[in-house]
Design a protein around this ligand. Sequence first.
Ligand code: C2E
Ligand code: MG
Ligand code: MG
Ligand code: MG
Length: 280
Amino acid sequence: AAKYTGTDRSREHSPSLDATAQHHAELAAALRRGLELGEFRLLYQPIVELPTGALSGVEALIRWHPSDRPVISPAEFIPVAEHSGLIIDLGAWIIDQACTDAATWQDRHGTAPRVNINVSARQLLDPSLPPLVADTLHRHGLTPESITIEITETAVFAGGAALETVRELRELGVGLALDDFGTGHSSLTLLRTCPVTTLKVDKSFIDDLNGTAEQEAIASSLSTIASTLGLRAVAEGVETRDQVDRLHALGYRYAQGYYFARPIPAEEIDALLNTPIPTP
Ligand code: C2E
Ligand code: MG
Ligand code: MG
Ligand code: MG
């Protein structure tokens, strides 16, 4: 419920709020239709090993291609999908599609990069998520180690049930990554209670790596925390060669960003699997 602040603004007629609500309702309906019509695609962004740039994993990132409009980014429609509850069905599609692609790579190349799959707060509140993940892996003949589920701190704190879901996911044997690490309110507290395997250090800590001593000290500490706890640290949003050099010096073993590759279709990942690992 909205806080009472003296003037009850929620009762005033607000055309802009109505317009936003209307826009969301239309978007939610279009999303539902889009799911039925197969308008969603998953792209995959490589996660590479430093300093070689060898492919270590990929992150599945969703795109929506409505027939009558240009591609819409997840930042715009995931919140609407969450609010409307459609994220449950959309999320099931995402997990199935990512596993389909992983199984295809596995068949074609005898090996597949580990696939990171983003799940949102609402999905973590759904107790049927862990059995759904287990069933999907099983249907595609994949081991739990084939995938890593990416969650955010905010999502884990959404409610007590979220942490329970996360624990059950980890018990299945899938990897668990804390996305946008360091940007939440209690990142360090979470490390005591949440059984993660990977920290994805947020782009904001990687951006000015060559800017200030403070920035470098923070990035360095985050990598140390990860290795002390036996976790992987992945640097997010790496865009320059300078950043790569600094990250390597600071002990980062994994990185992801436009410097290495943008999110690309599954077939282009095939091409990378055919390419021998570059030597340093
Ligand atoms: P995220 O999980 O933190 O994903 C990283 C975002 O950073 C992606 O944006 C990626 O394209 C972008 N990125 C990667 N490298 C660079 C770089 O070097 N520079 C810059 N400027 N950006 C970079 P994208 O694909 O637009 O996704 C945005 C967010 O939407 C994701 O953030 C994630 O929270 C959410 N999302 C994407 N796909 C899914 C999905 O399948 N399910 C759920 N629940 N959320 C998703
Ligand atoms: Mg992510
Ligand atoms: Mg991320
Ligand atoms: Mg991020």
